[in-house]
Design a binder for this molecule. Structure first.
Ligand code: NAD
Length: 492
């Protein structure tokens, strides 16, 4: 059976999803374009303060009526399990919607993104009755208990690069922990999250617990951050926006913020990495998957000089073998850039990198199909020094910079970044060197002989330094949505 589909056959959700239903609210209209061909997919309105207020009112009423945070935990789990099953049953529709509106390819959205989204919901459903407190050591006749409690209403803001999955990393643990959520995805990719909220309602998640508002970041996003009844904020996006959100949260009351931000992740390849055709495939996938629009993209190749020429040659071969095309064609292997604006930003940054001394090994321009969509050629750059913009800033596109080294110490120094610390990979068959590198590199996620997360939901995501703090997924992913209460009982 083919996964390819006709884009005109996919129903596009309309409105905000508040209080368990789609509702239209006044606001500036935002046209949502399909990145593959820049045709109109649908329009949303910028909800702003009014939509957020309505969502908060719905969340408050739902928490009161359903007592969600205090029902038998297995009941909460059962509802979320039904939600996961409904996502799986609707995987084709969700996968098509995701492929239509984002840079994700249909070859991966139905069997990958949608199924993984269901998996994330199921993973956290299983946590509902496994959140445990502690009884701490005390003197006689006293009892000291630490227990976890939900916040009440939490807010979440996510970007456009994996719209369903990054959203699920937040709404699933937030709901499993007993909270209501008000969330917003990017104005560039609003539709799949709306469809997920509708499925949650169908599964029996009490109406008003899972609200999705549409709009721009500086209006609707900021309204979520500022709202006094939203008790914590979980954000994924750029480092710059993360800083703005921290500041906004601090100005509008004290509330915790978790930040999953950008990266500039190195791929450190040692001469003993093994079969270079395998390593080249791995390194290429790490900067070309989703056209480099991945927070953990391996955008900096740091390779031992004795194998550099051969490895680069092989990578160039792989960059030539791509098939750029519509996201709804299952034979497409290379994704579009999310918007023309983002494409121009990547291109402008590549030009500036060259002005500052870099040279292009391959790529360095938009692909010819530019008029039908926003495609940028896989690009490899060399001579990118530490003061070059190509080292300092995130491209968030299919761009790889190359540096070489002659011993491990030098390689580790090159792998360091002054701002970012999201992820890093080390490719070597020498586990002593791998572990030394893993110890040395300042990043929240380290991979040995692969680049990118494995399939396990227990593996937590999150960065060091300018790549943020707080974690998604794993046990830490649900603890983020719980606060701790210390109870002291004197029974002398
Ligand atoms: P962005 O920061 O521009 O926007 C992210 C979200 O924040 C969007 O929904 C946007 O509307 C909203 N927003 C923007 N300004 C806001 C404001 N002032 N107040 C409240 N909300 C605001 O990021 P993007 O361009 O959508 O996504 C790409 C970025 O996301 C990259 O930097 C990438 O590395 C990062 N990212 C990080 C992770 C991670 O897990 N660390 C995962 C995916 C993407």
């Amino acid at each position: 059976m083919t996964l390819s589909f006709d884009p005109s056959t996919v129903a596009v959700p309309q409105g905000h999803h508040i209080g368990g239903r789609y509702i239209a609210l006044p606001g500036e209209e935002i046209a949502v374009l399909r990145p593959s061909d820049l045709q109109l997919m649908g329009t949303i309105t910028d909800g702003g303060d009014a939509a957020v207020q309505q969502a908060v009112d719905a969340a408050k009423a739902a928490l009161k009526q359903s007592n969600w945070g205090r029902i038998v935990p297995r009941e909460r789990a059962a509802i979320l399990m039904r939600f996961a099953t409904l996502i799986e049953e609707n995987a084709t529709y969700l996968g098509q919607l995701e492929a239509l509106g984002s840079s994700r390819l249909v070859s991966g959205t139905i069997t990958g993104d949608a199924v993984r989204t269901a998996g994330v919901v199921r993973f956290y459903a299983e946590y509902c009755d496994k959140v445990e407190g502690i009884v701490t050591a005390t003197q006689a006749d006293t009892l000291s208990i630490l227990k976890h409690e939900p916040y009440g209403i939490v807010g979440a803001i996510v970007p456009w690069n994996f719209p369903m999955i990054t959203a699920a990393w937040k709404f699933a643990p937030a709901l499993a922990a007993g909270n209501a959520i008000v969330m917003k995805t990017s104005e560039l990719t609003p539709h799949s999250l709306l469809a997920l909220a509708e499925l949650a309602t169908q599964a029996g998640v009490p109406a008003g617990l899972f609200n999705v508002v549409n709009g721009y970041g500086h209006t609707t996003g900021a309204a979520i951050v500022r709202h006094p009844d939203i008790m914590m904020i979980s954000f994924t996006g750029s480092t710059q926006t993360g800083a703005a959100i921290m500041s906004l949260a601090a100005q509008s009351g004290i509330k915790p913020v978790t930040l999953e931000l950008g990266g500039k992740s190195p791929q450190l390849v040692l001469a003993d990495a093994g079969d270079l055709s395998v390593v080249a495939a791995r390194v290429s996938a790490a900067f070309m998957a989703n056209a480099g629009q991945v927070c953990t993209a391996g955008s900096r190749l740091i390779v031992e000089d004795t194998i550099a020429d051969e490895l680069i040659e092989r990578i160039i071969g792989i960059t030539k073998a791509i098939k750029a095309g519509p996201t709804w064609d299952e034979t497409t292997t290379f994704a579009p850039i999310i918007s023309r604006k983002q494409l121009d930003r990547i291109d402008g940054m590549v030009r500036q990198t060259i002005v500052e001394g870099a040279s292009v090994i391959t790529g360095g321009a938009a692909l010819e199909s530019r008029n039908e969509g926003s495609f940028y050629a896989p690009t490899v750059l060399e001579n990118v020094s530490d003061d070059n913009i190509g080292f300092k800033d995130e491209f968030f596109g299919p761009v790889l910079t190359v540096r070489t080294f002659s011993d491990l110490e030098e390689g580790l120094q090159l792998a360091a970044h002054p701002v970012y610390g999201l992820a890093a990979s080390i490719h070597t068959t020498d586990m002593k060197k791998a572990l030394k590198a893993a110890d040395t590199i300042e990043a929240g996620m380290i991979w040995v002989n692969q680049h990118g997360r494995g399939p396990e939901f227990t593996y937590q995501a999150g960065g060091y330094k300018g790549s943020g703090f707080g974690k998604d997924m794993g046990r830490a992913g649900i603890e983020a949505y719980l606060r701790q209460k210390a109870i002291w009982v004197n029974y002398a």
